[in-house]
Design a protein around this ligand. Structure first.
Ligand code: DCP
Ligand code: MG
Length: 376
């Protein structure tokens, strides 16, 4: 098993690209007065806003993504808060994808600022993935005005970890010969699918790194972690055969909003329905060229953060049945509400290619982040 990673299993060249403090970089590009000062992009504290991201100066104070803005201001009173401008970020993301496409068509977007590129068959730079990554980073800097970090490796799992190695504004290549040592030293929490709970279970078993996982043996991992055990066993040897997928299937589309003041009654919730519905319709229309609606749902989160979802089978997204669903969901808690969401579940239309344009992919990846004050 020790040599499996080098033995022809993974000879691909994958680049994972990830912009540095993406929204904040765009805002710093557009407002040079922010240079050198701690800045965050997010919703205002008086509106229960959260930090979407912050620049590296602000990170020194412990500020990070998803932190309530009020907390961030406590940690860093001089923090400059900038309201998000999603259209600008989507535009930068599209421009970045145009740069990627000069090198390969095999691009898998993970979010507006992150993507895997398979450059195994690329002809640029004599096929050197390291040089391609360098060129891409230079183009992004020159043409978009922000910095990007890259990880280069024979598979997605290693490339993603490697892009963090020399972040910000750096790159790191893990060659097939380096994989073994690189992976052995990795803490288990770096593995895809290992969250806090699984990591805690592993620590209790004395498993801290991939080297420890290897020592546990496949049988033990299967017994302890079920079918995830065999995936773990492959990952701890650096084996990941997942392709860079340009075809993505969308399963749902939703909009939601956190209100700066709790909505006190069912009536006040229903009053918000038309605005939410309109936002959803705008995003839904382009998607319905390739998908049909199979269900619709309403999510209600009450003031105590308890949330509930009411859904039913549907073929269209008209507003009327949302009224029923909202009434049903609200009645389960019947108390003030901090967040409302509307959504549809989707199935692909037959005989339609599911290849998304980057714009659609960006839309999908950005959809939960579009509304100021979104908490999830
Ligand atoms: N984002 C968000 N809410 C989160 C996390 C991220 O709105 N909880 C947004 C803002 C980020 C963008 O997505 O700028 C990209 O997310 P990343 O996780 O890549 O974070 P950054 O690019 O901001 O920083 P890093 O330099 O660590 O990649
Ligand atoms: Mg990023």
């Amino acid at each position: 098993m020790e040599n499996r990673t080098g033995a022809g299993v993974s000879q691909r060249k994958i680049i994972h690209c990830d912009c540095d403090c993406f929204y904040a970089s765009i805002e710093m590009r557009d407002n040079p007065a922010l240079a050198g000062l701690p800045a965050a992009v997010g919703g205002a504290s008086e509106h229960r806003g959260v930090v979407a991201t912050c620049n590296y100066e602000a990170r020194k104070f412990g500020v990070h993504s998803a932190m309530p803005t009020a907390t961030a201001k406590r940690l860093c009173p001089q923090l400059i808060l900038v309201a998000p401008n999603m259209e600008k970020y989507r535009q930068a993301s599209r421009a970045m994808h145009e740069i990627f496409r000069r090198y390969t068509d095999l691009i898998e977007p993970l979010s507006l600022d992150e993507a895997y590129l398979d450059v195994s068959d690329a002809s640029a730079c004599q096929g050197s993935a390291t040089l391609i990554a360098r060129e891409i980073r230079q183009c992004v800097r020159d043409e978009i005005g922000i910095t990007l970090s890259a990880g280069i490796a024979p598979n997605k799992f290693i490339a993603k970890i490697a892009s963090d190695w020399n972040k910000p504004d750096g790159q790191y290549a893990v060659t097939p010969a380096m994989i073994d040592d690189f992976v052995k030293a990795l803490p288990v929490k770096k593995l895809h699918g290992v969250g806090k709970v699984t990591a805690a279970r592993m620590h209790a078993l004395g498993i801290e790194t991939c080297a420890d996982l290897r020592r546990s043996g496949e049988e033990f991992l299967l017994q302890t972690f079920g079918s995830f055990g065999s995936q773990l066993y492959r990952l701890c040897y650096g084996i990941d055969e997942r392709e860079v997928k340009t075809d993505r299937q969308r399963k749902s589309l939703s909009v939601e909003n956190t209100y700066s003041r709790d909505l006190p009654s069912l009536e006040s919730c229903l009053n918000e329905l038309p605005a939410l519905h309109q936002q959803m319709e705008e995003r839904l229309q382009p998607v319905l060229r390739k998908y049909r609606i199979s269900k619709k749902y309403v999510k209600v989160k009450f003031l105590d953060f308890v949330s509930t979802t009411a859904e039913h089978v549907a073929e269209d997204s008209t507003i009327n049945s949302y009224t029923h669903l909202m009434t049903e969901a609200w009645s389960r808690g019947a108390r003030p509400v901090r967040l409302l969401g509307l959504g549809v579940r989707l199935s692909p239309l037959q005989n339609v290619s599911l290849t998304e344009s980057p714009a659609e992919a960006s839309l999908r990846h950005g959809e939960q982040l579009l509304l100021p004050g979104v908490v999830e």
